[in-house]
Design a protein around this ligand. Structure first.
Ligand code: BGC
Ligand code: BGC
Length: 449
């Protein structure tokens, strides 16, 4: 039997967060507005009208948060940089005070022995860019590369590896196709240019990072897709969904071409120009970041406009969000990536994995989140099984350090190893925090012997 203690020597342990979900301080030090600042004001957009105005107040409390990370014994911290702090209007003038914050954070991390792993874009596009089309506009890809230059010129000397984008799939679908996230557009399949322009932005930014000799990763939300039955109609629907959710974001990066999207009746030639695929795949990837939460089960559509329908996954536990808990789906995903891409697949880092739990601080002051411990343990075992099957996985960053602003759900879904009381900002490490700390220490000690 494979155990997570068999994860390789040098396996890197981390946690992940994102700027708008934790920072707060939205009006401070010259920060411009992002699409999220605007979206949260839309009536009904976010549960109970919650906003990220204060969030975890991490902008002011980052030292306390880094010391929580130091006590965990982390190798790395994945956080994101808010573009509107760096370029308040999305282009042109750089706001030095915005970069100062990330410099303080990076220096604090390095002082704690933790390697910073910044994500350049985790959904908080400057509102000024949204007003000229957001990611539907090709120009945004070029602006993203320009912003990347400004950031890497300031921090590149201390930060070896960078993640360009977080989950271009979720951003396209939730932000542009369904309108559940900012910028709140409900364009259905007309959202596809937002996928291509994000990927082009990745490629252009990757070139900038390469010119600075830095390593490049991207964090994709990937899911193993299972057909609801052997019926050819279900199998075809599953293949179509797989192309949209997974291959649309990994084929261009790793193979330099788009998957077949004919089931959707869309023509990528409408917005993909000569040279774009080379710009996307050319710089290469030093690592593929994989964000995994659950598998997806797909059946043939009813009378839907889409060529697939989502089918329920029954008989498994569910998180507070209602998402099915299927740890082996992570092994299946990782092994499937290796089978699909072979030697074109770079080393993998799990850049997000975690669950929401309705955590409460008990009368004794403790937070007993056994559900989360089981979730994390099960998924780490699945990673270890994938490694035993030959997949090169280099690290695991759990989502998330802190309970935070969970997008359209506001503060209702708690994903943290550390409980946050949003009235007082008091941080209370949960049982899973101690468990993760001990797991990391044990893994290191086992390999030091
Ligand atoms: C899916 C998750 C996904 C999430 C994005 C959910 O509906 O089940 O896999 O990560 O949306 O926030
Ligand atoms: C996102 C995070 C989010 C998490 C849980 C991912 O889709 O990158 O920002 O909080 O899933 O929904």
């Amino acid at each position: 039997m494979v155990e997570r203690s068999e994860l390789p020597v040098g396996f890197r342990w981390g946690v992940s967060t994102a700027s708008y979900q934790i920072e707060g301080a939205v009006e401070e030090d010259g920060r411009g507005h992002s699409v999220w600042d605007v979206f949260v004001e839309r009536p009904g957009a976010v549960k109970d009208g919650h906003t990220g105005r204060v969030a975890c107040d991490h902008y002011h409390r980052y030292r306390e948060d880094v010391s929580l990370m130091r006590e965990l014994g982390l190798d790395g911290y994945r956080f994101s940089i808010a573009w509107p702090r760096v370029q308040p209007s999305g282009s042109g003038a750089v706001n030095a005070a915005g970069l100062d914050f990330y410099e303080r954070l990076v220096d604090e991390l390095l002082g704690a022995g933790i390697t910073p792993l910044p994500t350049l874009f985790h959904w908080d596009l400057p509102q000024a860019l949204e007003e000229s089309g957001g990611w539907l506009a090709r120009d945004t890809a070029y602006r993203f590369a320009e912003y990347t230059s400004a950031v890497v010129e300031r921090l590149g000397d201390r930060v070896p590896a960078w993640i360009t984008l977080n989950e271009p799939f979720v951003h396209m679908v939730y932000g542009y196709a369904l309108g559940i996230h900012a910028p709140g557009r409900a364009l259905m399949l007309d959202a596809l240019p937002a996928a291509h322009h994000q990927l082009l932005g990745h490629g252009l930014a990757a070139s900038v990072l390469r010119q600075h000799g830095r390593q490049v990763l991207i964090a994709n939300n990937l899911t193993p897709v299972r057909a609801a039955s052997d019926d050819p109609a279900d199998v075809a629907a599953a293949a179509a969904y797989d192309a949209l959710h997974n291959r649309l974001f990994t084929d261009p990066l790793l193979l330099g071409r788009y998957p077949d999207l004919s089931a959707f009746g869309v023509d990528l030639d409408d917005f993909v120009r000569d040279g774009d695929l080379a710009a996307i795949s050319g710089p290469g990837l030093d690592g593929l970041g994989v964000n995994y939460y659950n598998p997806t089960r797909i059946s043939a559509p009813g009378d839907d406009a889409l060529p697939f329908a989502e089918a329920p996954i029954d008989g498994v536990p569910r998180t507070a969000f209602g998402w099915p808990v299927v740890p082996d789906g992570l092994r299946e995903l990782l092994v499937g990536l290796r089978e699909r891409y072979g030697s074109a697949l770079p080393p993998i880092t799990i850049t997000e994995n975690g669950c929401s739990v309705a955590d409460e601080v008990g009368p004794d002051g403790a937070v007993d989140d056994r559900f989360r411990i089981d979730y994390l343990a099960g998924h780490l075992d699945a990673v270890a099984r994938a490694v035993a099957e030959g997949v090169d996985v280099r690290g695991y960053y759990t989502w998330s350090l802190l309970d935070n602003f969970e997008w359209a759900e506001g503060y209702h879904q708690r994903f943290g190893l550390v409980h946050v009381d949003f009235e007082t900002q008091k941080r209370t490490p949960k049982a899973s925090y101690a468990w993760y700390r001990d797991l990391i220490a044990t893994h290191r000690a086992d390999h030091a012997r």
